[in-house]
Every structure is written in structure tokens, then in C-alpha cells.
Design a protein around this ligand. Structure first.
Ligand SMILES: [Fe+2]
Length: 396
């Protein structure tokens, strides 16, 4: 079992087989005896969830919510906060994917700061004004057992969807999971396409953080290592490897993705994926899977040096000679994993592209993107490429 206790970030990672068994000791370390257990309808029927319930036998589960919906509707988070207020809970235990993690974070914020959640979310005014409210009150800690590879559990940020279908984003270092339990058992009952597409989301985190306006030499190194690990492990998983070793490798790669976006954030790619999810219901992993090569291509002229490094890392992970551009190597991974490569395959209707492009202009991802995006027509052209599958074979 790999154990990383990062005192600066006050976050402990436990990664490897049977790490769920460490849950009681970690809760004791946090002085917690009463927990709120959060999960989704699918995740809560899994063997990993049963292992978590077993590990919690000596604790009071003061509330169990297993109905988290995709994209974490704000209305759900506010209703759950009202239910658990006054129950004297000491922590959230979140078992599931990114929406479960985001729900636990959102409820932790709501309990401390009050409703509505929207009042605690970032606001972005195009093209470059970002306001992020300071959320100073102490928060109940979140302990996470992820079932996907988004790395969402690692980060201080989260997203929840309002009634108009807009993804609102919040940011508070106090709701980043205090304990991360990356147990390969948690991946075992997850449909393989979810594991793979969430892995493409993790890979996209590494790519976007690498050339983000907030990148640093430290995040660069971690992003490249995360990308190499994803490129090595995802095709192997797609070939049918279900060993604990490989699942632990995938989860560790997800950790790299989570760490780098915690520090360097995400850009245009995630702006598009947020809108595809919140407005059209495209799963976040699927949106990430499809969009990444096209956004790499879009940003290529302003990020040439970084994309060359990304290409080297991906080639090393894939075990092939370097030389192909990063966008085409990501396409190689898509194809090796038998994943969708166009928005059409992802179920997006062509008539929706204008609406998506307009909504992308309001997403704060634009703030961190290396290439300034000032006009929806530019985003619309990017979406056209992603819809028709137009990826240029540019030189490395
Ligand atoms: Fe993501």
C-alpha cells in the first residue's frame, strides 16, 4: 500500500488493495465518530460499498444518502444539507464518482456557510475577470473512496448544476478530502467504459494543467508523470487486465491528475466539458474523452513546447517511439480503448452546437486557458471539428 501524508495539504492518500480497512483508523485520527455516508444508486450496490459499511461498523452513520445524481444538481445538495443539519455529524464519507465527491463537498460548504450554494460559487466575466468568494468558516472533513479516475476527490474544487443547466463551480481547500482511500476493490464493479472515460478525464487534467496559465515547474513535472501513467495503464485495462496492481496504477495516475488541477486548474477543454454535461447531460468522462485531442489541436500554436513534452510523456507511456503530436497520441489512446472520438458519437445533436458555444463563453475555464478566447465563433469552430472528427495530422 502506498501512503502519502501531505501535511501541507492536510491530505492523506492510501492507495492499494484492502486500503478500505484503514478507514476506521483514519476517522479516529480525525476524532470522528458520527458520519454522513454519501453515494450513488449504482455505487451503493457494489462490493466496495459493502466493505465501507463494514469498516464503519463501530461508527454512527447519522445519515445515509445513496441517491446522488449525475452532475450534482444544486437542489439535491441544498436538500441534503437541510436533512443533515443538526445531526452533529463529524465527517462525510463519500463513496462513488465525481458527483458523489462534489455533493459531499457542496453539503460541507452549505452546512458551514449557509444556503444558497450559488452564493459561494465562482463568477467569471468574459474574457478575463474571475471572482472567487472566500469561504472562511471551518468545514466538516470529507473522506473519499473514489470509484472513478477523475481525481475529483483530491481537489478543493467542485461543481454543481443549477436549475438552468449551468455548472457552478466552488473552491475551498477545506473541503478537499482529508483522507483519500484509493482501493482497487472500488473499481471492480464499475462498468469498464466508465473506468476508461473517467481515466480520459484524468488524462485531460494532466494535459490542461500542463499548459494552464497557472502552471508551475512543480505541476509540470507531476502532470507529465500523470500523463505517462495514464497512457501506460488505460490501454492495458482496455485489453482486459483487471488486476489489483493495474487498478492501483490507474488510481495513482488519477491522484496526479487531481493534484495538478488543484494547483494549476483547468482551461478551455473543461469549459466545454462542463457545458456539455450541465446543458446536454453528456457524462463528464465521455465529454473529456471526445474533446481532448481537438482542444490540444486548438491550443497547439500557443503551447508548442509544452505539447512536445506531453507527446514525449504519452509516447513513453504507450511504449512507442516519440515523434507524434500529443493530439494524435490521445487519439491513439481513444482508439486503443475503443472509446468515442466525436461529439456525434457522444450523442450530441448538431443543432445544439451554437448553444454550447455561447454557454462556454461564461465558464471560468477560459480564464486559465493559455490561448485567449474572446468570441463564441472560435468555440463553435472547435465544436464543429469535434463533431465531424476533424483532427489534423500536424508535425510534432
Ligand atoms: Fe474533469
Amino acid at each position: 500500500m502506498t501512503m502519502i501524508r501531505n501535511d501541507q495539504a492536510r491530505q492523506t492518500l492510501l492507495c492499494g488493495p484492502a486500503s478500505i480497512a484503514a478507514l476506521p483508523a483514519e476517522l479516529h485520527q480525525l476524532d470522528v465518530t458520527r458520519v454522513v455516508l454519501v453515494s450513488s444508486p449504482h455505487a451503493s450496490t457494489s462490493r466496495g460499498f459493502q466493505a465501507v459499511r463494514q469498516a464503519l461498523e463501530g461508527f454512527d452513520i447519522v445519515y445515509e444518502f445513496t441517491a446522488v445524481r449525475p452532475h450534482a444538481p444544486i437542489v439535491d445538495t441544498e436538500a441534503l444539507a437541510a436533512e443533515v443539519a443538526g445531526l452533529d455529524a463529524g465527517a462525510f464519507v463519500a463513496y462513488g464518482g465525481g458527483s458523489v465527491s462534489d455533493t459531499a463537498k457542496a453539503v460541507s460548504i452549505l452546512l458551514a456557510e449557509g444556503a444558497p450554494l450559488g452564493g459561494h460559487c465562482s463568477t467569471f466575466t468574459p474574457p478575463d475577470q474571475l471572482f472567487q468568494p472566500q469561504l472562511r468558516r471551518p468545514k466538516l472533513p470529507v473522506v473519499s473512496v473514489p470509484t472513478t479516475l477523475s481525481g475529483a476527490e483530491v481537489t478543493p474544487g467542485g461543481g454543481a448544476t443549477d436549475s438552468a443547466g449551468i455548472k457552478r463551480v466552488f473552491w475551498d481547500s477545506k473541503v478537499a478530502s482529508r483522507v483519500l482511500i484509493f482501493d482497487p476493490l472500488a473499481l471492480q464493479d464499475v462498468p469498464p467504459d466508465i473506468v476508461l472515460t473517467s481515466g480520459m478525464n484524468g488524462l485531460a487534467h494532466c494535459a490542461e494543467a500542463l499548459y494552464s496559465r497557472s502552471a508551475s515547474p512543480v505541476t509540470d513535472a507531476l502532470a507529465l508523470e500523470g500523463a505517462r501513467r495514464f497512457a501506460a495503464a488505460l490501454p492495458t485495462y482496455a485489453e482486459g487486465d483487471r488486476t489489483d496492481d493495474l487498478a492501483s496504477e490507474l488510481l495513482l495516475a488519477a491522484y496526479f491528475g487531481g493534484i495538478v488541477i488543484s494547483n494549476a486548474r483547468v482551461g478551455l477543454h473543461h469549459a466545454v466539458c462542463h457545458v456539455l454535461g450541465a446543458l446536454l447531460g453528456v457524462p463528464h468522462g465521455v465529454a473529456n474523452t471526445v474533446m481532448l485531442p481537438y482542444v490540444l489541436q486548438f491550443n497547439a500554436d500557443e503551447t508548442e513546447a509544452k505539447q512536445q513534452l506531453l507527446g514525449l510523456a504519452l509516447a513513453a507511456g504507450l511504449g512507442i517511439e516519440p515523434g507524434r503530436p500529443a493530439s494524435l497520441l490521445v487519439r491513439d489512446i481513444q482508439l486503443a480503448c475503443n472509446l468515442p472520438t466525436t461529439l456525434q458519437e457522444a450523442g450530441v445533436r448538431y443543432e445544439e452546437l451554437d448553444r454550447v458555444a455561447e454557454a462556454v463563453m461564461q465558464d471560468r475555464g477560459l480564464y486559465f486557458n493559455p490561448k485567449v478566447v474572446t468570441d463564441a465563433s472560435v468555440v463553435r469552430a472547435l465544436l464543429e471539428n469535434a463533431y465531424t472528427g476533424t483532427l489534423l495530422a500536424v508535425a510534432a
